[in-house]
Design a protein around this ligand. Structure first.
Ligand SMILES: [Zn+2]
Length: 332
């Protein structure tokens, strides 16, 4: 009788775990703890009237207390840690960006152990706005048209770090992936996951909507690394191939700066796969100056060792132009 019940429970949980697109999958009693190589599944069982957990792979049974410690510490079940830092540093579930004190010099590297991803929506991707300059200010995401209620899926497997509302982003889910890249899904109408859920690639994380600072239903998708927004199209190919642009991608200043791109037209994407090429590319990237009170063309020319005519031709302005405070002037 006891065995039968246990068997039933295990089967039940398995169905839940693998029916990843099923909305109520999160109610299962099992928890998947990520490790570098494989996922470790734990089953909740009853042992002498106490709750315990059985490691599916090794058969090892641990107490509820040990299990809680394991989950709360968020360390991989085999005890190994990622080299140099812990994947769960800055694992804060009450804010979209917990990395506010982190300074990340460019170029920096992001790595992927898979070559493809899943589209966040089920229909053909219709882009309504890209990462870049926009009339109402910089746009740090990739906007995909949808109808309120459409499924929104995680583009990669990962663990849900944030589920909540913010004034700008509206109802938002943030998923952290194994390589520390995070994807942000904003303006949702409802959630289907909760924080600390381990999710599979393509799993539904919520329903599309129009919450927060949004004009019309759409998904605002961001790709972040340690709090830095990266041009989503630098990483993910939304042309239908569903490919990731490389196993090693170097992010230069340009690929994290909206002002280097237009949100109205597609930027040319040239993935940088080594530090050397990234350094060369970054050296040649345009540089900008934001006009402050008292700035004049001749002063800018002096401080950047340029001729006034060079600044004028770079910015298509005349020598007699009067600079506005806040105006962005290209100086390289
Ligand atoms: Zn957006």
């Amino acid at each position: 009788m006891h065995y039968l019940l246990l068997f039933k429970k295990v089967t039940f949980t398995f169905i839940f775990v693998f029916a990843s697109s099923f909305i109520f999958a999160q109610e299962a009693d099992s928890l998947v703890i990520e490790t570098d190589s494989t996922d470790v599944f734990f089953e909740k069982i009853r042992l002498d009237n106490d709750v315990a957990y059985r490691n599916e792979t090794t058969g090892e049974i641990i107490s509820q207390q040990s299990y809680t410690v394991l989950c709360e510490a968020n360390i991989p079940a085999d005890g190994t840690e990622h080299e140099g830092h812990n994947h769960y540093d800055y694992w804060q579930c009450d804010m979209i960006n917990p990395y506010k004190d982190v300074v990340l010099p460019t170029p920096f590297k992001i790595e992927f152990d898979q070559t493809t991803f899943t589209h966040p929506v089920d229909h053909k991707i219709v882009v309504t706005s890209r990462f870049g300059r926009r009339r109402r200010g910089p746009h740090r995401g990739f906007d995909v048209d949808l109808v309120t209620g459409d499924f929104v899926r995680s583009v990669l497997p990962g663990k849900v770090r944030f589920v909540g509302y913010s004034r700008g982003h509206g109802k938002t889910v943030v998923v952290r992936h194994a390589n520390d890249v995070e994807t942000v899904y904003a303006h949702l109408s409802a959630y289907t996951v909760k924080t600390n859920d381990v999710i599979k690639e393509g799993q539904i994380i919520g329903f599309g909507g129009n919450t927060g600072n949004s004009r019309g239903s759409h998904l605002h998708l961001e790709v972040r690394y340690k709090g830095v927004c990266i041009h989503p199209e630098y990483v993910f190919n939304f042309d239908g191939s569903k490919t990731i642009n490389g196993s090693e991608l170097w992010v230069t200043n340009s690929w994290k700066s909206p002002r280097m791109h237009s949100s109205y037209k597609k930027s040319k994407i040239k993935p940088l796969s080594s530090e050397e090429t990234a350094l060369v590319s970054q050296k040649n990237e345009p540089k900008f100056h934001k006009v402050r009170r008292g700035d004049t063309l001749s002063q800018l020319a002096r401080s950047y060792s340029l001729r006034i005519s060079e600044i004028c031709s770079l910015n298509s302005i005349s020598k007699r132009s009067i600079l506005r405070i806040g105006q962005i002037i290209q100086i390289r």
